[in-house]
Design a protein around this ligand. Sequence first.
Ligand code: FES
Length: 104
Amino acid sequence: MPKVIFETLDGERREVEAAADISLMEIALAEGLEGIDGECGGACSCATCHVEVNAKWWAAVGKPEDMELDMLDFCEELTEHSRLGCQVKMTDALDGLEVKIVGR
Ligand code: FES
């Protein structure tokens, strides 16, 4: 199973194994990681799943589409590598992905 490494709000690194095709938001919720609420259930309409993708993974993860960009505008601390966790699904190619939980 691919692994994702989350940097938590308090700066800890949490390495989590996750089945492919599961979103970063779902993985974080299952792990009880603070700062990811997933209030809309992954419908790209709440922006409570904001993460910053490590720069070295940005090309592999890919850019957000227009609907996601609109929701990202509601996030504080927006960065050039911001994504909504519900819109990024794990794949075997993303094994070792590093993301930072930004919170609202
Ligand atoms: S869970 Fe609502 S936008 Fe991601």
